[in-house]
Write a protein of this length. Structure first.
Length: 94
C-alpha cells in the first residue's frame, strides 16, 4: 500500500507506569509521556515486511525534552527500526 501524505496534529503517546510517580524535569524511560505531537509522513509504503516514509516531527515530553524539528527517512522492518537523520534534530531541554 502506498500513501502520498499523512499528517498527525496535536497527538499524544504515553507508555509506562500510568500513575507512577516521576521526578519533574527528568526523563523517565519507565514513564514516557509525549504530547503536542505534530508529524508529517510523506511517501508512506506499507509492505508485508516493512514500513517506510519520510518523516518530519515535533513534540514535547513530560520531562521538558522538546524536539523542535526532526527530519528523517524512516524504515521499520521485522529486524528493527532504522532512521537516517537528514537534518540534525534540534533538541532543547527546558
Amino acid at each position: 500500500m502506498n500513501i502520498a501524505s499523512l499528517q498527525i496534529n496535536n497527538g499524544s503517546f504515553k507508555n509506562g507506569n500510568q500513575g507512577g510517580a516521576s521526578v519533574p524535569g527528568y526523563f523517565d524511560p519507565q514513564n514516557i509521556d509525549f504530547a503536542n505531537i505534530n508529524a508529517q509522513f510523506h511517501n508512506l509504503r506499507l509492505d508485508k515486511r516493512y514500513f517506510s516514509a519520510k518523516l518530519i516531527l515535533s513534540t514535547k515530553e513530560r520531562s521538558g525534552l522538546v524536539v523542535k524539528s526532526l527530519k528523517s527517512d524512516l524504515k521499520i522492518d521485522p529486524q528493527g527500526m532504522f532512521s537516517m537523520i537528514l537534518i540534525c534534530a534540534r533538541i532543547i531541554v527546558l
